[in-house]
Design a protein around this ligand. Structure first.
Ligand code: PLP
Length: 375
């Protein structure tokens, strides 16, 4: 079978980065010429700039988003706030990295069903899932929209739980002017190239206002060492290198502009798409959603995806199978999550990004509206 050609790619990273090619190349050249490639001035500067941008005391650069989440939980274990076998409440409908960060630390994920309107954690369902060994709630700001942090904060405080953010999709999403990364006790960010703030390789960061946790994660990412060749903890090697840090310092200057461009695409989709069998996403508040993804719901998802592909439009599914149903967790996670499973069967992500042309947005809208759903 011949593959239809792609006229509107899901996300062109080449187009995203081409807008700043000169600045990115200058930053890379600066690092190459410096002769210093790991744990240097670029990382220190990026950490300070990113922490200030998030409105939080500390940012610690690490190798990727999964490591950020895993190391912040490990940090709390080293500090005696969580112990092996303790439970962490997590949304069932997330990327598997949220679960892996928990299980890699021999902690137990307790998946809960999302609020069907926002796809995010529902504080009432979270409260109902709290047990004797629950120590933390991991809120995932799915698709770029903040979870109900005020509601989750209340539940966490009442039950003495830590509240951590998986902010991998939500750089800059804000509630009353306070940004993701500053809304809980600690947060993990990913700077994977396709994220809203993307490096040109793997990178991540932990943010926190907690001095003790920051110190601990700083040691853990570097062999558990604070002073060279003295190892207080059995740490790992997960550092954000100088080259990626320098590139991220360039990209950080443009995230807010990129968010405006993403919002514009999302608003056009919301205004233009009219279809009886398609459910559209919504933003609770404008500032609370940075539109990492534009995810619609359709009971005829496979047919819709095929139709769009035939029109030259590339789409993706985030995600086809929820973590608790993945082979990796076979026989280990027995949760029954019918709503989560239904969502995974119905969601479809349309092209969105800061470099998506207006004409392409119009083309996607026309193609979606022309979809004839099977009877
Ligand atoms: C991307 C992502 C991660 C993991 O980040 P990596 O940098 O790819 O390791 C974690 N959680 C969510 C919700 C993500 O989207």
């Amino acid at each position: 079978m011949e593959m239809p050609r792609v006229d509107v790619p899901f996300l062109s990273l080449k187009a995203v980065n081409a807008r700043h090619a000169d600045e990115l190349k200058a930053a890379a050249a600066r690092v190459i010429d410096s002769g210093w490639y790991v744990l240097g001035e670029e990382l220190a500067a990026f950490e300070a700039e990113f922490a200030a941008w998030c409105g939080v005391r500390h940012a610690i650069g690490v190798g990727n988003g999964l490591d950020a989440l895993a190391l912040l939980l490990r940090g709390y274990m080293e500090l005696g706030r969580i112990a092996e076998g303790d439970e962490v409440i997590v949304p069932g409908n997330t990327f598997i990295a949220s679960f892996l960060a928990i299980t890699t630390n021999r902690l137990v994920p307790v998946p809960v069903e999302p609020d069907p309107a926002s796809f995010n954690l529902d504080p009432a369902r979270v409260e109902a899932a709290i047990g004797r060994r629950t120590r933390a709630i991991m809120a995932v700001h799915l698709y770029g929209q903040l979870a109900d942090m005020p509601g989750l904060h209340t539940v966490a405080r009442e039950h003495g739980l830590l509240l951590v953010e998986d902010a991998a999709q939500a750089h800059g999403a804000a509630w009353d002017g306070r940004r993701a990364g500053s809304l809980g006790d600690a947060a993990g960010f990913s700077f994977f190239p396709a994220k809203n703030l993307g490096a040109l390789g793997d990178a991540g960061a932990v943010t926190t206002g907690d001095e003790a946790l920051a110190q601990c994660v700083r040691a853990l990412r570097n062999y558990g060492s604070e002073v060279k060749y003295q190892h207080r903890l059995r740490g790992t090697n997960s550092r954000l290198d100088e080259l990626q840090a320098a590139l991220l310092r360039v990209k950080l200057k443009y995230v807010e502009e990129d968010t405006r461009l993403r919002r514009r695409v999302a608003m056009r989709y919301l205004d233009g798409i009219r279809h009886p069998h398609i459910g559209l996403p919504f933003a609770m508040r404008e500032e609370a959603h940075v539109w990492h993804l534009f995810v619609l719901r359709c009971r005829h998802r496979e047919a819709l995806q095929r139709h769009l592909a035939a029109c030259g439009i590339q789409t993706q599914v985030h995600y086809p199978l929820p973590p608790h149903r993945q082979p990796a967790y076979a026989g280990r996670l027995t949760a029954r999550l019918p709503l989560t499973e239904r969502l995974h069967g119905e969601v479809l992500s349309l092209p969105i990004g800061p470099a998506l042309a207006d004409a392409d947005v119009e083309r996607v809208i026309a193609a979606v509206n022309a979809f004839r759903s099977p009877a």
